[in-house]
Structure formats: structure tokens, C-alpha cells
Design a protein around this ligand. Sequence first.
Ligand code: FNR
Length: 364
Amino acid sequence: TIPPDLRSLADYEQRARAHLPAATWAHVEDRAGRGITLDDNRAAFDRVRLLPRALASLAGGSTASTLLGVHHPCPVLLGPVAYQRLAHAEGELATIRAATALGTGSVLSTLSSVPLEQVAAARLQAADQLDVAPAPLWFQLYLQPRREDSATLLRRAEAAGYQAIVLTIDAGVKRSGFVLPPGVEAANLAGMEAPRHVASAGGRLLFGTALTDAVPTWEDLAWLRAATDLPVLVKGMLVGDDLERALAAGADGLILSNHGGRVLDGLPATLDLLPQVAAAVAGRVPVLLDGGVRTGTDVVKALCLGAIAVLVARPVLHALAVAGLAGVAHLCHLLRAELELAMAQLGCATLDDLTEERLFTTLR
Ligand code: FNR
């Protein structure tokens, strides 16, 4: 079912455009402002060059790693992406089945268009059918205007077997003119007060409105840390004192993200920021990165600069739009195969071999 001319994530991106209504495509590719940050996320990867180790043995090589105590066959996760039924009728169900088949870790968005319990059940069912271990599954939390609603989401995610909570801190307020088509909705939030992300600024003034009162704060992080025994990862831009504060508040991991250039234009590329964040964290917790990861060599570059794993977001929608479950499975396979090839050509048998010494630094 996969046409032979689809050989890279770029091929899927190009093809997806023809498969999606213009408004949905515009939503997927949305950027803040002039798109400086969006473009820079990619450009940062393209500025880095690699240097191989000569004559290194590749015996016993593997792309596997352990993250928060859980085995990952490949250090690439499918990141949280809202409303996946925009791209394919099966939406998040297709994604989780594909991820399970390939052992790929994934993060379900609060704004999933399929209820989180159904996604968790589909994961177990697929693992059972395929006779494989269920792939790692995390839940991304957008704090809700009412704390009891956030607590309900947390309890539901725990009960359904999600293994970590990702608190997204960078999209508290956002302009959005996109209107969901009939049949696609925030399936987890039925009966809850409208989330701030749905009730977006939409061109109106912000200050003095309920939107700013509902933006998450340090108190919310402290509440979350106390409210669950699951590992909590913080997703967004965390530098300097904020980073220390998040670690002191008990964050178990960081996902360095500028929300794919969708929120504040002018933020630095995540890859450019990574060395300083990794140095500050100094191995105390895992640092993950997203934003513009599209090839195996991108994964290599992020790991050489201090990330323990990366996430991809828009590519999930591209793959879903083009080929549903098979497309997402192919996406997971492509990135792992490209990573293996890059590691072999670099003379790196394991992810631990991906260090700064593999980078040609004169350019940076
Ligand atoms: C997102 N992103 C996102 N993040 C999050 O924490 N919760 C969410 O519900 C969503 N939803 C969402 C929808 C769409 C259409 C896009 C494109 C993105 C952000 C996403 O997880 C990621 O941080 C960025 O998209 C950067 O990665 P890519 O797209 O460059 O791989």
C-alpha cells in the first residue's frame, strides 16, 4: 500500500498537501509571525556537519536505549499532535497501532480526537495480536481552566496505563482561526469547561481577559508533581533559572520545544539551544528535543549535542494523511533505518557513541 516513490519524510510532506483540504493543510503547517522560528528549526540541523570515526567495529550495534526505565528500540518518539482525525478517519487509533507494531514510543495529546482510553486499549490489543510488547505511551497534559478537570484527565491517563505525563507549558495563549470540521472534536474533554486552547485569542486583545488568568504557572507544576506518581516531563522552552526551578519542582525530564515555531516567532531553534540546556541539566534528567527533525542524520545531530531522544510531530499528520496506519508505520521504520545507516557510516555502534566528537564544529 506504500507507493515506491515515498522514500523519505520529505516525500510524505510533499504528498500530504494533495491529500488534505487547504484549510487543514494551513493548520498543520501553521507558523507564528513570519515563520522565523519555524524555518530556523530546520536550518539549525542543516548547519551541522558530521565527522566519522575510522575503521570502528559495528558488531553488536543497536539504536536501542532506555528512557525513564523503559526500553525504546529507537530514540525517536511520535510527539503530541492534536486532532489526528483531521488527517485520517482512524486518527490516533491508526497512529498507536502503527507505533505498537514498530515498538515506537508515542505521546497522546490532551486534544486527541479519540478518547484516551480507546487509544490505550488499541495499543494493548495491537500488541496482543502482533505478539509484541506494548510500545511506550505517554500522555500530554494541557492544564484545564478548572483544576478538577486536569485532575480527572490525570486519573484517566493513569487508569488507562499511560507511563508518563508531558506538561506542555508553551502554548498558554495562541491565535487561531482554524475551525474543526464536523466529526472532529476534543474527545477527552467532553463535558469539561472549554479549554483555553480552543477558546483562543482569535485576534482579540489578551490582557484583562480570562485567557491570561488561565495560563499555567509554577503553582500548577507543583500541583501536578504532587498529584501523580508517574514521571512528569515539561515540554517547552526552559533556560537558566527557569530550568533549575523546573528541576527543583521535581520534573523527571525536559522536552526542549518551541512548539514547532507555532507560538512565539523569534524563539531560537531548539537545536541551537540544546548544547546550553544539556550542559545546564548535566545528566540530572533526560533532555528530549523536537522541532524540525525529519531525517536519521537529524536524530544523530540532536543526540551528539546532548539529547537522549527526539520527537516528530507534523510528519505524523503527513504520514496519516497519505497512507493512514501504513504511513505512520513507514515513518517509524524510515527514521530508524536512516538512523542505523547514519550510525553505521559514522562508525557508531551505539547511541553512546554519538558525542560531540562526531560533529565538525568549525562551522558552528
Ligand atoms: C502540535 N503540537 C502540539 N504539542 C502539544 O504539546 N500538544 C498538542 O496538542 C499539539 N498539537 C499540535 C498540532 C499540530 C497540527 C502541530 C503541527 C503541532 C506541537 C508538537 O508536539 C511539536 O512540539 C512541534 O510541532 C514541533 O515538531 P515538528 O512538527 O517540527 O516535528
